[in-house]
Write a protein that binds this ligand. Structure first.
Ligand code: WTA
Length: 635
């Protein structure tokens, strides 16, 4: 994979300008030089952003797993592709070579085919962070089935919504998963989810914890016996550049989750290119990203980006606090990690603990350290830079989204001078703009605005599964002709970007995007609740936590408030998952609403943050008196 041939900021600006002046030439070169194609493209890009239509490398034919695996076999078949570090440090780590991975993915691909999975079919993968998760995902890509990996922390009802939305034919899960000192009953959650899903005909079950599970006759099968008899050879499916590779759900500000669809060639080119350059990847590096494969970070930068570069990538099953808070640092030392990529919420949690945990380890192998998922606050940035990176390793604060497929704004290590809390500059090929309230592009620096991207890049999601109109409305209607990110940003005097946070009703809690609407829906289903509104408020470790304002029905008024709080959180946990539980609940008699009936969330946000004046213009409120009542209740 080619690297930017740039040594300093001046050269970056030159390269950047070239990529903007001639984007087709720029991407054409990267795509031609670094991958194996069955057939080349006619057009590098074909797009109409006003219509939300984007195609890259049209008519090209490719299989991403040929590029992730087969292509490396001749020269580095014995090289470790995946290091599996189990939850329990006493369990031995596994080193899976590119040859092993080839064999395992081929066999898994053959099992899926025997189970009747064809090109274009959707496969739901609900697994803990174990090698089978990587193998199953890649096996889908090999046969052209569309994988839909669902994070194993989601509840039965949330999994069911996702399975039904994309009509998955098959689910791959396990008897359980380990996380710290807990065991999670994944199969039981799937059993419950499937009571609502008629589309699923087969469930394949990986054995991990030996939990007792119920196997439904005619539907459920243990995976291992099928793998034992599977053929070893599998010819990768020839995929069109624009064939869907996967669906990954992300929360929207309204309604059900959005199944973002990523297609084959553009995603491949973009993740490979960004991985190489943002992490300064070199041949003998050992790279570790602590995300879960159930999120986009795991898809792009545990699996695809690293494997496309023939790298060694770590899959860690556990959590940073088990058996104690030195686990991350111990793993870095054990496997000689060169690049470490984690989230601000993890950094803040670790920074709260004794420094001894991290100082016990020299961490000399590290070269580049990264952050992703939410804005990193100044204190966390310095702690990371001082105690993990030893002021020696550049901190790459990488801004991107499920929708962008790969990193968009980030320092390039050893080139871009870092600045705490700033994601700094766009990667070559990426054209961010800030828009003002009148929807005009802001040219000057030292401004804040809504962050948009004005030219397509290969990794952009192409649609929302089954709902192209929603895709167009969500991303291309606020600022016609541009992709709207949903984030606000500040641009400083030299053009560095600092992401200030979401401008819509999505709250990022511990790095997880949570839409307020689905949580409100869950609360409102409680028989005692009339209406509710959720906002985020700052939290030391989680970044944001959730604050719920709840109006009770008359019948609910009689009930014990503490019990109600417990029940409401249980309801949320059942419908969405424990990550969406509320930190605070305040019972109120009304919510501030505009004359058109919209809840004025900015007022609730201020109150939740403990700020009781400067509410701005509240003359459009139908019920301004309620603001005073809510304030009093909070104080
Ligand atoms: C936020 C995760 C500030 C942002 C890859 C974005 C960030 C949302 C950063 C996408 C960062 C991600 N600085 N904010 N470095 N990285 N975000 O889809 O609000 O899970 O829109 O993708 O996370 O979250 P998602």
């Amino acid at each position: 994979m080619s690297r930017y041939k740039i040594n300093n900021l001046e050269e970056y600006f030159k390269e950047y300008k070239k990529s903007v002046r001639e984007p087709k030439k720029f991407w054409d070169k990267i795509a031609s030089e670094n991958f194996t194609w069955y057939q080349q493209w006619d057009k590098v890009v074909d797009f109409n952003l006003a219509e939300a239509e984007v195609k890259w490398f049209t008519e090209a034919k490719v299989n991403i797993t040929k590029n992730c695996i087969d292509r490396h076999l001749a020269k580095k078949g014995d090289k470790t592709a995946i290091i599996f570090e189990p939850n329990d440090p006493a369990e031995e780590a596994q080193h899976i070579s590119y040859n092993d991975l080839h064999l395992r993915v081929s066999k898994m691909a053959n099992v899926l085919k025997e189970q009747g999975v064809n090109k274009g079919d959707r496969v739901c993968i609900y697994l803990p962070m174990i090698p089978e998760l990587a193998v199953a995902t890649l096996a889908c890509a090999r046969i052209g089935a569309i994988h839909s990996v669902v994070f194993a922390g989601f509840s039965a009802s949330a999994v069911a919504t996702r399975i039904k939305d994309s009509e998955c034919k098959i689910v791959i899960t396990s008897d359980g998963g380990y996380r710290g000192n807990k065991t999670i009953d994944l199969k039981e959650i799937i059993d419950e989810a499937l009571t609502e899903c008629d589309c699923v005909k087969t469930v394949l079950v990986v054995k991990r914890t030996n939990n007792a599970v119920t196997m439904k006759e005619g539907r459920d099968q243990w995976l291992q016996p099928l793998l034992d008899v599977a053929l070893e050879n599998n010819v990768a499916e020839i995929m069109d550049a624009e064939d869907p590779l996967f669906i990954l759900y992300t929360s929207g500000s309204t309604g059900k989750p959005k199944g973002m669809v990523h297609t084959t060639a553009g995603y491949m080119v973009y993740t490979a290119y960004t991985f190489k350059n943002v992490f300064n990847y070199e041949e003998n590096d050992v790279y570790w990203c602590t995300a879960d494969i159930g999120w986009i970070t795991g898809h792009s930068y545990i699996l695809y980006g690293p494997l496309l570069n023939g790298a060694t990538t770590v899959i860690f099953e556990g959590v940073p606090s088990y058996p104690d808070y030195s686990r991350f640092w111990e793993i870095i030392e054990k496997h000689h990690i060169t690049q470490f990529y984690t989230a601000p919420t993890a950094i803040r949690a670790l920074a709260k603990e004794s420094l001894d945990y991290v100082q016990k380890f020299p961490l000399k192998s590290l070269k580049v350290i990264g952050s992703v998922g939410e804005p990193i606050n100044e204190e966390a940035w310095h702690w990371y830079n001082d105690h993990v990176g030893d002021k020696r390793c550049p901190v790459v604060d990488t801004w991107w989204q499920t929708e962008t497929g790969g990193i968009m704004i980030s320092p390039i290590p050893f080139v871009t001078p870092t600045k705490p809390t700033y994601a700094t500059l766009p990667l070559p090929g990426i054209q961010p703009v800030l828009m003002d309230e009148k929807r005009n592009e802001i040219e000057e620096n030292q401004v804040v605005g809504s962050l948009c991207i004005k030219f397509p890049w290969p990794g952009i999601a192409r649609t929302i599964w089954g709902d192209h109109q929603r895709y167009k409305d969500t991303y291309f209607s606020a600022f016609p002709g541009k992709y709207f990110t949903g984030d606000g940003a500040l641009r400083d005097e030299v053009g560095y970007y600092r992401i200030t946070g979401r401008v819509d009703d999505v709250v990022i809690v511990s790095g997880h995007n949570l839409g307020t609407a689905p949580i409100e829906d869950a609360i409102n289903e409680h028989p005692a609740v009339a209406e509710s509104a959720i906002v985020g408020f700052p939290h030391d470790v989680k970044g944001n936590a959730l604050y719920g304002f709840v109006i009770l029905k008359e019948t609910g008024e009689q009930r014990d408030r503490n019990n109600l709080i417990k029940e409401i959180n249980q309801q949320i946990s059942n419908q969405i998952g424990p990550i969406a539980k509320l930190d605070k609940i305040q019972f109120v008699s009304g919510l501030p609403k505009t004359r058109s009936g919209k809840i004025m969330r900015r007022i609730l946000r201020k109150i939740a943050e403990g700020e009781f004046d400067n509410f701005g213009d509240i003359t459009t409120l139908l019920n301004p008196e309620i603001v005073e009542e809510i304030k009093q209740g909070k104080i």
